[in-house]
Write a new protein. Structure first.
Length: 257
């Protein structure tokens, strides 16, 4: 089904485009759906497409090491895009894009985006500014992973996921969160227990609830706030500045946390 160039797409970056600019790419946007854990971007594959998560879908860039450990280096929700949007070429052989939170997305051939950028300076400017924000996230997370304790990194990660899902209750298991943070599940379980005892979160089966966002923000490192400030400054209304909506979880996970 063709995408209506005037209707909301569920992706803030696309919805920020003027109608004439969105019309340049709307006919080429392909609806896709990812289940939780699906590979949205294959390691080492050509960056031939741009993926725009819709609504509560979240895709993370994951780096894997030779000993099979993994860590997240960036994530994107309905505020942006991932894939062949920053540069052409291939993904590094150790980097893949996995759906953290499954759901709908739109896929666009990267060559179509390049052509649209040649035809519209406003479209080109918007995506260039978004690329700046995406790089800011990469740099900040790299520093965070190197310098900050696991407790603060965990809270930073939960705040970022809350921004993208819009609710207090986050559909995430211990296993997935440990993988994103690059630590053992048993170690993460101890960390989550401490954070729960501090009254910051409540840990349930396949989900974690943020009990007090302000307290969590104060206890987290500055990295989440810095990325938000950068995106709000560079993208303005595209990057929502308001607090996340309070909604029910988007998924019910059957696995234990």
């Amino acid at each position: 089904m063709p995408i209506d160039s005037a209707a909301s797409t569920g992706n803030l970056l696309l919805d920020a485009l003027p109608g004439s600019d969105r019309a340049l790419i709307a006919p080429h946007l392909e609806p896709v759906t990812f289940a939780k854990g699906d590979t949205a971007l294959a390691a080492g594959a050509a960056a031939s497409h741009v993926i725009f998560p819709r609504d509560q879908t979240v895709v993370a860039l994951i780096v894997a090491t030779r000993d099979s450990r993994t860590a997240e280096v960036a994530s994107v929700g309905h505020e942006g895009a991932i894939g062949g949007i920053i540069g052409e070429g291939r993904l590094p052989p150790a980097v893949s894009g996995l759906a953290q939170i499954g759901g709908a997305a739109l896929r666009l051939d990267a060559a179509r985006l390049r052509q649209a950028e040649l035809e519209s300076s406003t479209l080109r400017d918007l995506f260039a500014r978004y690329a700046d924000c995406f790089l800011a996230q990469l740099f900040q997370i790299a520093a965070c992973n190197a310098l900050h304790p696991i407790e603060q990194r965990c809270l930073r990660w939960l705040l970022s996921l809350q921004d993208r899902t819009g609710g207090d209750t986050l559909p995430i298991t211990h296993e997935v969160l440990a993988s994103m943070l690059g630590v053992q599940r048993t170690y993460l379980t101890r960390i989550l227990r401490v954070l729960q005892e501090q009254g910051l979160i409540r840990v349930g089966r396949g989900r974690i609830t943020i009990l007090d966002r302000r307290a969590v923000s104060n206890a987290a490192c500055e990295c989440h706030a810095r990325v938000r400030m950068q995106c709000e400054a560079v993208l303005g209304a595209v990057f929502r500045a308001e607090e996340p909506r309070r909604t029910e979880p988007v998924e019910t996970l059957s696995r234990a946390g």
